[in-house]
Design a protein around this ligand. Structure first.
Ligand SMILES: [Mg+2]
Length: 310
């Protein structure tokens, strides 16, 4: 956490490769899920089938930073196993669940049913499944028409109702209680934990959104500064703030410098438009996405080696 705080004090510009912003696996899987939702319409099994096929394609494009459980489940999907999910309590199912909540904000029953099935495709540990349902639930409550005036902590407390798992519920409660407290941030992170275990991540995301959710960039910066699975924490908290305040609340300078092509700003806007208007999602080039991954490998490796430096 200290290393992240030292190197990335503010989220005011991109730092991976020059001034261009690149999305990570969280956003790519969110977009693939959005595409499956748009193409499947009201048919749940069609949505699951399409998302499953997209995940196999995603793995074939050699993504960097893939989680162990997602890797195992994608391989099982490739082999055609009926139940490909891995018994893991990582963040993979939660990090992509926000879009489901926004899309099905007015249909709680389908949101929870489909949310459980989509999570189980990659993660079968009940803590990971319920965390994904919680992420979708918060997004849904944020997206409802009367929510812009709502307090983020109130929305989180309401969404907490979908969590029955004791350990996960306790982490969310702790995140909410700490947000009410004035404890120093490093102390908050130490008590919540930041290992990439879904229980720790839900505590961190809950704290950041409850404490700073009124100001999107402040909440996202806090999620990054907490360390651990930083891109996932930032993606989840960023999704919640986006659902609550709208895309306009994000700094235009950052949105404007996002990569072009697949999973770039216009692709994502087009996808959001397609979901909102029930029209076909934008087409994009798989080859272009593969070439982008290959081109970024040296950059990602260089950052990895730089982290080893004292
Ligand atoms: Mg991550």
């Amino acid at each position: 956490m200290r290393r992240v705080a030292r190197r990335f004090e503010r989220a005011d510009r991109y730092r991976l490769a020059g001034r261009t912003g690149f999305v990570s696996d969280d956003t790519e899987q969110t977009a693939l899920l959005g595409q499956a939702l748009a193409l499947a319409g009201p048919d749940d099994s069609e949505c699951l089938r399409r998302f499953r096929r997209s995940m196999v394609g995603w793995l074939a494009r050699l993504p960097f930073g893939i989680g162990g459980a997602t890797l195992r489940s994608c391989v099982r999907m490739m082999l055609g196993l009926a139940r490909p999910g891995a018994h893991s309590a990582g963040n993979g199912a939660s990090m992509r669940a926000g879009i489901l909540g926004v899309h099905l904000a007015h249909d709680p029953e389908r949101r929870r049913r489909l949310g459980r099935s989509l999570a189980s495709l990659t993660h079968t540990d009940e803590r990971a499944v319920q965390a994904a349902m919680y992420v979708a639930e918060v997004s849904a409550l944020c997206a409802l028409e009367d929510s812009p005036n709502a307090n983020p902590a109130t929305l989180l407390s309401r969404a907490r109702a979908v969590v029955e798992e004791t350990e996960l519920g306790a982490a969310i409660d702790q995140g909410l209680a700490l947000a009410d407290d004035d404890a120093p941030f490093p102390e908050v992170v130490r008590s919540l934990g930041n290992t990439g275990f879904v229980i720790h991540s839900m505590g961190i995301c809950t704290y950041c959104f409850a404490r700073c959710g009124e100001e999107p960039i402040t909440a996202i910066e806090a999620a990054i500064r907490a360390g651990g699975d930083t891109d996932t924490h930032a993606a989840i908290v960023g999704g919640w703030t986006g659902a609550l305040h709208g895309a306009e609340a994000l700094p235009p300078a950052l949105v404007g410098r996002l990569q072009a092509g697949p999973f770039g700003a216009s692709h994502l806007r087009g996808l959001a438009e397609a979901l909102a208007t029930e029209t076909p999602p934008p087409r994009w080039s798989r080859i272009h996405a593969l070439l982008r991954n290959l081109a970024l490998y040296p950059v990602v490796l260089a950052h990895g080696f730089a982290r080893l430096a004292p």
